[in-house]
Design a protein around this ligand. Structure first.
Ligand SMILES: *Cc1c(COP(=O)(O)O)cnc(C)c1O
Length: 229
């Protein structure tokens, strides 16, 4: 067994255990392996071990790696996205997790329509209010989604957040609970074309808490690949 396989098996077990603790089915949770800075041979090993969802936070890294990774992989753009880079990835990614401002929404819409497609996006919300974090304030998010729902090139299908780093993972729980409650509120508004199917929350440090709070996508890097250099 390679290191990646051993780590993966542990992460999958932890996800399943966390799901069962709250009577969720482990199948509701998709593991997105975060491959930023990781060389393609190591990424290929996790793909071969059955991980088909890969997350990168830079457009350039997706462009470089995409032609080299073999398999039916779905690429997730999880980091902040510059408006002028949308054109490079619009038809290449499965899901953009980081929609956080109106000009970006307009550009995704414009480029998607040029390609005759609808781009799946998550709206990034800054639940913790930490200044260093990207994302809309929860109150802004509702109005933003109501507006962006009118853009035909965009399909809003959930929310994403990043919790502050905490030495005790348990301390992140209110952030994840806050995102889930916001998604429930938005869901109840029945905005045409908007679904809240995806909740992208939880990283290496805190994904088990996030799964207990309803995450459907967890973004895990260092627990699979080890600490980045
Ligand atoms: C790097 C990154 C992750 C994964 O972080 P780990 O702590 O290595 O699991 C998750 N989400 C985003 C947005 C990231 O940039």
């Amino acid at each position: 067994m390679t290191l990646e396989e051993a780590n993966l098996s542990l992460v999958r077990t932890q996800i399943a255990d966390a799901a069962r603790r709250v009577s969720r089915s482990p199948e509701e949770v998709t593991l997105v392996a975060v491959t930023k800075t990781i060389p393609v041979d190591r990424i290929q090993r996790v793909v071969e071990a059955g991980v088909l969802d890969l997350g990168e936070n830079r457009v350039q890294e997706i462009m470089d790696k995409l032609p080299l990774i073999k398999g039916p992989v779905r690429w997730h753009l999880i980091g902040s996205l510059q408006t002028n880079k949308v054109k490079y990835i619009i038809d290449k990614v499965f899901l953009i997790h980081s929609l956080d401002r109106w000009p970006l929404a307009e550009e995704i819409d414009r480029r998607a329509r040029q390609h005759g497609l609808q781009c799946r996006v998550l709206v990034q919300v800054n639940i913790s209010g930490e200044e260093s974090k990207h994302g809309l304030a929860p109150r802004e998010a509702v109005e933003f989604i109501q507006q962006a729902a009118g853009l035909p090139g965009i399909k809003i299908c959930g929310l994403m957040t990043m919790a502050p780093f905490e030495a005790e993972a348990e301390a992140t729980r209110p952030v994840f609970r806050g995102l889930r409650q916001l998604a429930e509120e938005i869901s109840a508004l029945n905005i045409p074309g908007v679904s809240m199917d995806f909740l992208s929350m939880g990283m290496s440090n805190d994904y088990q808490v996030a799964v207990e709070e309803g995450a459907t996508l967890v973004r895990v890097g260092s627990e699979i690949f080890g600490k980045r250099g």
